[in-house]
Design a protein around this ligand. Sequence first.
Ligand SMILES: [Zn+2]
Length: 316
Amino acid sequence: MSLDIAYSTDVNDYIDPDRAYEFYWSGLIKDKRNFLCPGSDCMAQVTCANLDEDVQDMKVSPHFRVYGSHSSTCEIFNKIPLKLHYNEASYIKKEKQSIDESVVDLFLLERPASYYDEPSNTPSNKLKTHEFKAKNHSNNTTTQENGSIGTIYSVRAIVGRYIRYKKDKSIIYRRVNIQGKDVNYRSVFKCIWEQDLESLPEHPVVYYGWAYINRLKSNHGYQIKFKKPFKKGEEELLSTIMISDRLIDSYKVKKLVITRLEKIIKNEKPLAFIFIFGRPYESISKTGVKYANFSITNLDMIDINYDCPLPKEYNK
Ligand SMILES: [Zn+2]
């Protein structure tokens, strides 16, 4: 049976597979087997399949699987709604509502400062874990600190959710709230070379396409150059993104970003499938060439893939 959420014994919180993936690659989660069933008083072991894969696509997206037996009172086992108690802070209430409705995910452009904090209570054995988990059910503060389940903080997670919802066939009911606006998952993604700069949405969305990745001559970072250009009437404008080593170094999930970048630039054709959340701006180079570039200050806003992780119609 697959689960939407599981209890992580590494971070002492209920998390979804996208968050588990980020925590694994930032080093907070040590093993894909360090999860328990989220049901009350249930100690069934859960594993997060594909957590250790640096590839995410329709075939290998991370998901939870139960491999122990549930307690007789477990809500999952009895197929009744989970009773997770959240902190009463108003934003948590709002998030909880969206979990209950299972329709709208909230995409936030900044993670809470405490997102990657080490858990304060590290249970050393099953019994302690059990006590802590039980405690969490009645008075949960960890959820507030780490943000909760309906909220996502990275483009990688938007892509991950899309893949998961497509797989479980719930995609038509799913929407994501970005800066106060609900949009359906499909309309969040825009292919770069099909866009005219004059008619782009005012608000940022997720642009995607194949791109070349090169190490900068200065050796201080990478340049991502999309294969195909944006349009502006009859004109064609190439699009690039610069990623400095400094930006990578300050990023918690850098292990994943570095693993992917280093593998890609070793290829004869250093191509990657890129998703970036933002809005391009026009600029002119010293030699007079016009560009439509993206600037990036938070690596959560970009997702770098070896291949197109979405269905065929996106692969362009
Ligand atoms: Zn259970």
